[in-house]
Ligand binder design. Structure first.
Ligand SMILES: [Zn+2]
Length: 195
């Protein structure tokens, strides 16, 4: 089993931001379904459980709004930083739930203290990974490709094991978060009762 680590340093957070900007640019270029242009209309975020070096830009989730009167439809691109409306970063939601699996009670307490997540929240995240995530379109499509390596019962640890295949922690996280990014869009999967 791989070691559980949060990537350190600003470069990782900047890297995830650059991925989100690319995803957003693609959404913007597609425009609105009505033919209107998309203008920036970011959502404010106050991510919890974050490392000190998190850039200021993490206070927003990139999003757009149609510029046509009578439409004004929202278009929120997928994100490798934020899962749905959750106040925790995707990295934390994956990492904490993975650590819970097979971790000692003491380790869970340490982790909870570190990122400020209570036990009930972690329990909900585990329900998400074990029960909801396997029902997503993303997983149903991906499992044919990945199933040999992945055991649903140990989500998200098994997902990490499947994606953490290089020596670079940043690259591994980047690959996993890009894979997960489709579930970050509105309505794809919100985790109920999140604080
Ligand atoms: Zn429109």
């Amino acid at each position: 089993m791989m070691s559980h680590e949060l990537p350190r340093g600003k470069s990782f957070w900047s890297f995830l931001l650059s991925v989100d900007r690319d995803l957003a640019e693609r959404t913007r270029q597609n425009g609105c379904t009505c033919g209107g242009r998309l203008h920036s209309a970011n959502y404010p975020r106050s991510p919890r459980g974050c490392p000190d070096e998190l850039p200021e830009s993490y206070r927003h989730r990139l999003s757009f709004c149609c510029n046509r009167d009578g439409c004004r439809k929202r278009a929120t691109p997928p994100s490798v930083r934020f899962l749905g409306r959750k106040v925790y970063l995707s990295v934390i939601v994956v990492l904490v739930a993975a650590m819970r699996h097979g971790a000692t009670a003491r380790r869970v307490r340490e982790l909870s203290a570190l990122v400020g997540v209570d036990r009930r929240t972690i329990d909900r995240w585990q329900v998400f990974w074990r029960e909801h995530f396997p029902q997503t379109c993303l997983w149903k499509v991906a499992r044919g490709r990945l199933a040999l390596f992945i055991e649903i019962l140990t989500f998200p640890q098994s997902l990490m094991d499947a994606f953490f295949r290089t020596d670079s922690l940043e690259e591994n996280w980047g690959n996993l978060l890009k894979f997960l990014s489709p579930i970050s869009v509105n309505g794809a999967w919100l985790i109920e009762g999140s604080p």
